[in-house]
Each structure stands twice: as C-alpha cells, then as structure tokens.
Design a protein around this ligand. Structure first.
Ligand code: NAD
Length: 262
C-alpha cells in the first residue's frame, strides 16, 4: 500500500524511481545543504565572503598579520559550526547510506554535519573545520581548543611541539586539495550510474568537474539547487529545492515506490 499523504510531485517521483533503479549512486554536496542548519553559504547575500575577504594560503604562510586575520575569521565561523545541527537533508542522506541506497557523499563542506547526521562514507574535498593541523609536523587537534586559545590571546597560534603555524584542517584558496581524497572522489564519480549534485553553485574547481566526469562515463546527473548553475542545461533532472524538504519528499516517495513494488 502506498503511504504517501501528499500529492506526489512528478519530478520527485522521477527522481525516486531513478534512485530505486540505480546500481551505484554518488551524492555531491555543497554549502547549500547546510543553510537550513543556519550556516550561511558562500555566495548568497549574508554568506561568508559577502562579509570579509578570504585569506589566501600564500598570504597565510608569508605574513603573521594575515595569520591573525585568518584566525579572526575562523573564530567567527567556528561558533556558527559549533552550534549547528544536521537538518533533514543531512539525515535523509545518512539514512540512504545505512539502507545501502547510496555509496557515499562527496562534500565540499567543512562543517562535519554529514558525519554528525550518521553518514560514514564521506569524502571531504575541502577538509574539515572541526580540526586544526600543524603545517609543520601535521599533528592535529580538535578545533575547539585552539579557537578558545585564539579568543584569549587574539593572535594566531603556533604548534606547541614544532613551532609551525597552526591552521584549520581545511583547504584555503590557493592551497592544493589532498590528492588521495580527490582521486577517490574521481573514482566514485567514474563508477556510478546516478550522480546527485545538491546545494552547490558548481563553480568551485576541481570539485565542480566531478558531475561532468560522472556524466561523461554514462551516469545520470540530477541537480538540486536553489539558484541556477552552469551545469543546469546538462542535467537529466533539475530541481530548485529547498533541499531538506525536497529530499524529505523524495524519501517519502521512495518509500511508496519500494512498498508498491514489494
Ligand atoms: P556556494 O555558496 O557557491 O553555493 C551554494 C548553493 O546552494 C547556491 O547556489 C544556493 O543557491 C544553493 N542553496 C543555498 N541554500 C539552499 C537550500 N536550502 N536548498 C537548495 N539550494 C540551496 O557553495 P559551494 O558550491 O559549496 O562552494 C562554496 C565553497 O565554500 C566550498 O568550497 C565550501 O568548502 C565552502 N563553504 C562551506 C560551508 C560549509 O561547510 N557549510 C559554508 C560556506 C562555504
């Protein structure tokens, strides 16, 4: 018996039927999946870079005042991240992984909310803001400790072991992505038959190349994003969100699809 209590949107029904039929599904997420958790995205008004200029990696290495500015900005975003909780979109994706429906999530996000929701197979292309790493000896700590240290001293911290500069374990502008994470993401993208790109403006490279790679290997491409993206015309299906509600409705439709076919 179909348990859906709302009129099924034909686009949601289409996506649910593709999910039910797919062999391997890869999900790719951007900042848009976390806006419903209260974390502003990158480019929208009120987003991170409408308020301050990012510190490029080269400047961070070169100048102690740039490192102080970096830590000033990070202590602000850290509070947003620390008080945020996964939303329905994160929870649906974690549930799809538990049920074996998706292979995992490739994320551009640094907020750790997929893991908090219960996702285990998560490739963090841009690293994580939940940790701080020494650029000298690579030692890592939970970010909380060093943000608290910064807030007390108002200057960028150095590694207590080797004296190297400490930085969040994220990829800054001008810094290279971890090649192993990128290779793994490329392997997943090459080996899937459905690729869901969720909440990303799809302009940040090389991450935005992954949906193109997946499609070039025969995968269907579905984009769910509030604003237009440069890949919209290539997409097999394009929905405008909002993501939590949309994924929740697709999940409910999927439950109906699975029940109806058993
Ligand atoms: P982006 O800001 O460039 O694009 C986000 C997209 O999400 C926008 O096009 C917007 O239309 C859409 N969106 C916002 N809220 C939505 C919703 N509720 N439903 C549907 N769509 C919604 O983000 P990006 O493409 O991920 O690139 C930004 C970069 O900034 C990434 O490198 C990421 O590491 C970093 N970033 C991360 C976070 C985070 O971890 N939460 C937040 C801000 C920026």
């Amino acid at each position: 018996m179909n348990t859906c209590r709302y009129e099924t949107d034909p686009m949601h029904a289409q996506l649910a039927s593709w999910i039910a039929a797919a062999r391997k599904i890869v999900v790719f997420t951007g900042a848009g999946i976390s806006t419903e958790s209260g974390i502003p995205d990158f480019r929208s008004p009120g987003g991170v870079w409408s308020q301050s200029q990012p510190v490029f990696f080269e400047e961070f290495l070169r100048s102690s005042s740039a490192r102080d500015e970096y830590w000033r900005q990070k202590s602000i975003t850290h509070r947003e991240f620390a008080s945020a909780h996964p939303n329905l979109g994160h929870r649906v994706l974690a549930d799809w992984e538990r049920r074996g429906l998706i292979r995992g999530v490739i994320t551009q996000n640094i907020d750790g909310l997929h893991q908090q929701a219960g996702s285990q197979a998560v490739l963090e292309l841009h690293g994580t803001a939940r940790e701080v790493a020494c650029l000298g000896c690579q030692k890592r700590w939970p970010a909380d400790e060093w943000v608290a240290w910064y807030e007390e001293h108002l200057q960028a911290p150095d590694c207590p072991d080797c004296g190297g500069p400490l930085k969040h374990a994220t990829i800054s502008f001008g810094q290279s992505l971890d090649p192993q994470v990128l290779e793994q993401a490329a392997r997943w993208s090459t080996d899937c038959d459905l690729f869901l790109a969720l909440g990303s403006s799809l302009v940040v490279q090389p991450a935005a190349g992954l949906p193109v790679l997946a499609q070039s290997q025969g995968a269907r491409l579905v984009i769910i994003n509030r604003d237009p993206t440069p890949l919209d015309t290539n997409a097999d299906l394009r929905l405008a969100g909002p993501l939590g509600e949309t994924l929740g409705q697709v999940d409910a439709t999927l439950a109906g699809t699975v029940q109806a076919s058993t």
